[in-house]
Design a protein around this ligand. Structure first.
Ligand code: CA
Length: 380
């Protein structure tokens, strides 16, 4: 795990207020904006003690008392952050599933539109940083669905909660200090300093230390504003990040093996599935998120936004003996009969499983909720 970047996606909206400064826990009213209650700051005696002990460390790191007071005036312990940290064992997706989600019809349509809409910015980014603008667009799409899901959780509360919790205390305390430094330098306000539950911020989900090291003011208004609706600074910051992590201009990330791509090493993340030949720029993508699946998702999404077609190779049937086209047929059959399967993407998630159970019930079949071949003839 690279400490300069962590990848989190949180499509959550939250803004909570409680008094939880080091000195004066009080009963100020909670302000809610339709949030899950577990994402509101709450009183927590252990956190309050921790915060009192933290303040001198922050002062030592150069954060003024004034900044600390302002930062923690409305910040506090958020129980839901801990719940999410403890249960983040992600669903293990196969590469085929991962790529299906990364390049869903919806994401492709949005990506192509966003790429057109910001064509001038992308072109300028390519000139200034030498990074493939399609790659920047793809990271934007993977991280926040092109700005739609930037996260609304107060970063001071989130990182302080995780620093207090202690599972990765040193890491999150460094993130908290970096977040406080953003306020110290008046690069944004406590109200606008929001992100995912783990403190990843803005269009391309920079953690505070990455912000400090790599964020840039691209539009020249004097602020490195990765939180703004205008994505220019955030996209440029991502280009800056990749350039400074060794992106080689003019070199593709890689390609499906045998399709005339660049030279490189060959990887096959899913047994029996598509092989890819990847270059050193693939390794640069992995500095953003240290995962082959993520880097392939970005690379393939970039290719697709740029007008490229789907992969030519195929993947083997899943553990139930279903290929992707079988799973698509199953989802389409259920949808045609009025069941809600979520996105028809060949990925069997909770909605599709519930739909299968409901269908099985309607047919007097055993309720397995599992996508198996015996269902296909019934759904044609
Ligand atoms: Ca700016």
């Amino acid at each position: 795990m690279y400490l300069n970047r962590r990848h989190f996606i949180a499509a959550l909206t939250t803004f909570g207020v409680t008094a939880c400064s080091g000195t004066a826990p009080s009963s100020q009213p909670l302000v809610t904006r339709g949030l899950p209650p577990d994402l509101l700051p709450t009183e927590n005696a252990g956190f309050t003690s921790w915060l009192a002990a933290f303040r001198p460390r922050a002062r030592q790191a150069g954060i003024s008392a004034q900044t600390l007071d302002a930062a923690f005036a409305k910040a506090g312990y958020i129980p839901g952050v801990i719940t999410r940290d403890r249960t983040q064992i992600q669903t293990r997706r196969t590469l085929e599933e991962y790529l299906s989600i990364a390049t869903s019809d919806e994401r492709l349509a949005k990506g192509r539109a966003a790429y057109q809409r910001h064509a001038t910015t992308f072109s300028a980014l390519q000139s200034r940083y030498g990074v493939d603008p399609l790659i920047i667009a793809a990271i934007w799409g993977m991280e926040s669905q092109f700005g739609e899901k930037r996260g609304q959780i107060p970063v001071i509360s989130a990182t302080a909660t995780l620093a207090y919790d202690g599972r990765r205390a040193a890491f999150y305390e460094s993130q908290l200090i970096a977040a406080l430094r953003i306020l110290e330098r008046q690069e944004t306000t406590p109200q606008r300093l929001v992100g995912s539950w783990a403190g990843a911020m803005g269009h391309t989900q920079f953690i505070p230390t990455s912000y400090q090291a790599f964020a840039v003011d691209f539009d020249g208004d004097g602020r490195r504003d990765i939180w703004a609706d205008d994505p220019s600074d955030a996209l440029a910051s991502t280009a800056s990040y990749l350039a400074r992590n060794g992106w080689r201009s003019g070199l593709k990330w890689g390609a499906e093996t045998g399709t005339g791509g660049p030279d490189g090493r060959t990887i096959q993340p899913q047994r029996g599935g598509v092989r890819f030949t990847v270059t050193r720029n693939f390794n640069v993508l992995k500095t953003y998120n240290n995962s082959d699946l993520y880097a392939l998702g970005v690379g393939h999404l970039a290719d697709r936004i740029g007008g490229g077609g789907p992969l030519q190779g195929s993947f083997p049937p899943d553990a139930n003996g279903m290929t992707k086209s079988d799973r698509l047929a199953l989802q389409r059959g259920l949808a045609a009969r009025g069941y809600d399967v979520g996105t028809i993407d060949g990925v069997i998630g909770k909605l599709t499983e519930s739909a299968i159970s409901a269908f099985q019930q309607s047919q007097g079949l055993a309720l397995t909720g599992t996508a198996t071949p015996d269902l296909l003839p019934l759904l044609r």
